[in-house]
Design a protein around this ligand. Structure first.
Ligand code: ZN
Length: 470
C-alpha cells in the first residue's frame, strides 16, 4: 500500500537520525541559481516533549522552498502510523501543488509548508492532538488543513467523539444539535457535518470543534475553531469519561452553577399554616414589579406562572422575580388551550417554553401550569418527561373576570385554608390593589406565604401531579 511505504520510509529516516540532530547538508543560499537542483538540508529532532508527549520535528531548507513538520510520537504503532501517514500526505499535496505552480509560472517561486501539532492533555493517558498543515506558495495561496486525533495511550487506540457519551442518555443527532447550539461562535448542525469527519479535541474545560472553510474565489482555505464548555455536555457523558474529563475545578464550577440556577426552596414545618399565592400570564410591564414591591413589604413569597412569549419581552422583570426569591413556573409559550391542541404544538408549549424561559432568566423551572387549567394525559406525560410538576389551584379569585379589588379579596379570604394554592394574575391593576388587603388578612390570621415548590411536599398529591392544593 502506498501509505505504508511512505510510513516505512519515514521510520527508516527517523531510526537513522534519532535521537541525534542530523544535518544532511548545510543550507546554501543560492536563490538566484534557480535552475540548479540543490539537495535540501534536512534536520530531524525527536527530543522535545510537549505536555507529556514526545514530538518529532523535521525542517527542510531548499533553494525555493522550506518546510517544517512537527508530529506527535507516542511510540505506539497503532497511533503513530496513521498520524504520520496524514502528515506525509499533506506534505505531498504541498509538493505537488508547488511543482504545478512552478510549471505554470515557468520560473522559480518561493514556497513554505508548515505542519504544527498542538497537544492537549486531559489525563496521564488521554490526549488530543490538533495537527494543522499550512501551504504558502508565492505568498498568495494559502491553504490550511486540520486533523485531530484523540488517543488513549493505555488502550493504545483512538477515541471517537461518540465514545465519550452514553448512548442511553443521548442520541447522535441530538448531541450534534447541542454541539451546534453551544458552539461559540455558533455553527449549524449541517456545518458540523458527518460525525466521522468531525475534527474535535478536548482542551481543558472545553470540547473544541475544528472546521475547514474554503474560499474558492481566493483559492484559500482556513481553519476555524469553535468551543463548547464541558459544563453543557457533562450530563450526557459516559461515566468513566465524565470522571476523567471533568476536573475538580470544573466539577466545583458545575456545582456552583447548578446551585445558582435553583431558586431556593425552604423546608416547611409539617403543621405550619402556609398558602401559595400564584400570579399567572406575566410578566407585565407595569404590574409585576408593583406586586414584587408589595410582596417584599410583607416578606411574602409567591410563584409566577409566566408565558415564555412575555418573558422574551421583559426578561429583566422575570429575573427580578427570581432574584427576589420567588418561584418562576412555566405557563406555556402562547397561552393556548392544550386540550384542543395537536401533540407537536403541545411539546412546544410545554417543553420548548420551559427551556426558553430558563435560558432567558438563568434559573431552573420545576412546575408547569396549563393555561385555563386544561390538560389531558398527553400534557401530563410531557410535563413529567421534562421534569415539571403540574400545578393547578384550589382557590379561584376570578380576578380576571371581576376586576374589582374588593371582590378578589373577599373570594380569597372566603376560600383559603392552610395548604391552599390561590390563583391570581399579575396583569390587572385591580389584582395589584387587592394584594395588600389579602396580605394584611394573612398576617393577621398567621398565614405564611410560600412558593408552590415549598408547599408541594406538604400536600397529599405526590409525584408529578397534578396538584390542586387544599
Ligand atoms: Zn393563564
Amino acid at each position: 500500500m502506498k501509505n505504508e511505504k511512505k510510513w516505512v520510509k519515514w521510520l527508516i529516516v527517523l531510526a537513522v537520525c534519532s535521537p541525534f540532530i542530523f544535518v544532511i547538508a548545510k543550507n546554501s543560499q543560492a536563490i538566484n541559481s534557480s535552475l540548479q537542483k540543490k539537495t535540501p538540508s534536512i534536520e530531524i529532532k525527536d527530543e522535545e516533549i510537549k505536555n507529556g508527549i514526545k514530538v518529532q520535528t523535521e525542517s527542510k531548507e531548499a533553494d525555493a522552498y522550506s518546510s517544517f513538520v512537527m508530529i506527535p510520537f507516542t511510540e505506539i504503532e497503532e497511533i503513530d502510523v496513521p498520524i504520520g501517514d496524514w502528515a506525509f500526505e499533506q506534505e505531498e499535496i504541498f509538493y505537488e501543488k508547488f511543482e504545478n505552480e512552478k510549471l505554470k509560472s515557468n520560473k522559480e517561486i518561493a514556497a513554505h509548508f508548515n505542519l504544527q501539532t498542538d497537544i492537549h492533555k486531559a489525563s496521564d493517558h488521554f490526549f488530543s492532538f490538533v495537527l494543522t498543515a499550512e501551504q504558502f506558495i508565492e505568498n498568495e495561496r494559502r491553504k490550511s488543513f486540520v486533523r485531530t486525533y484523540t488517543v488513549d495511550i493505555k488502550q493504545k487506540s483512538f477515541i471517537e467523539l461518540f465514545d465519550l457519551f452514553d448512548k442511553e442518555k443521548i442520541e447522535t443527532d441530538n448531541l450534534l444539535q447541542i454541539i451546534a447550539e453551544q458552539a461559540n461562535p455558533a455553527i449549524s448542525k449541517e456545518q458540523i457535518g458527518e460525525t466521522k469527519e468531525l475534527n474535535w479535541s478536548v482542551e481543558g474545560e472545553h470540547l473544541a470543534i475544528y472546521k475547514e472553510r474554503e474560499n474558492d474565489a481566493k483559492q484559500e482555505s482556513t481553519t476555524t475553531r469553535h468551543e463548547i464548555s464541558l459544563l453543557h455536555l457533562h450530563e450526557y457523558m459516559e461515566d468513566s469519561y465524565k470522571k476523567l474529563l471533568i476536573s475538580e475545578n470544573l466539577a466545583e464550577k458545575l456545582k456552583k452553577s447548578e446551585q445558582e440556577k435553583k431558586i431556593k426552596v425552604r423546608e416547611l414545618k409539617p403543621d405550619g399554616k402556609y398558602v401559595a399565592l400564584t400570579f399567572d400570564d406575566g410578566p407585565h410591564a407595569k404590574y409585576t414589579e408593583q406586586i414584587l414591591d408589595i410582596l417584599k413589604k410583607y416578606d411574602a413569597k409567591a410563584t409566577f406562572y409566566m408565558l415564555s412569549r412575555n418573558v422574551r419581552h421583559y426578561p429583566e422583570i422575570a429575573k427580578r422575580v427570581a432574584e427576589d426569591g420567588h418561584e418562576i413556573g412555566n405557563h406555556s409559550a402562547t397561552h393556548v388551550n392544550l386540550n384542543a391542541t395537536k401533540e407537536k404544538r403541545i411539546d412546544a408549549e410545554i417543553i420548548d417554553s420551559k427551556q426558553q424561559i430558563e435560558e432567558m432568566i438563568g434559573y431552573t423551572i420545576e412546575t408547569f401550569r396549563p393555561p385555563y387549567g386544561e390538560y389531558n394525559q398527553y400534557v401530563l406525560d410531557e410535563a413529567e418527561k421534562s421534569d415539571q410538576s403540574v400545578v393547578l389551584w384550589s382557590v379561584d379569585t376570578l380576578d380576571w373576570k371581576n376586576r374589582n379589588a374588593n371582590s378578589v379579596y373577599q373570594a380569597t379570604i372566603n376560600e383559603t385554608e392552610p395548604g391552599s394554592i390561590i390563583l391570581l394574575h399579575d396583569i390587572h391593576a385591580t389584582t395589584v390593589d387587592a394584594l395588600p388587603l389579602i396580605l394584611n388578612y394573612f398576617s393577621k390570621e398567621g398565614y405564611e406565604c410560600v412558593t408552590v415548590s415549598e408547599l408541594l411536599p406538604l400536600l397529599e398529591d405526590k409525584g408529578p401531579g397534578p396538584y390542586f392544593g387544599n
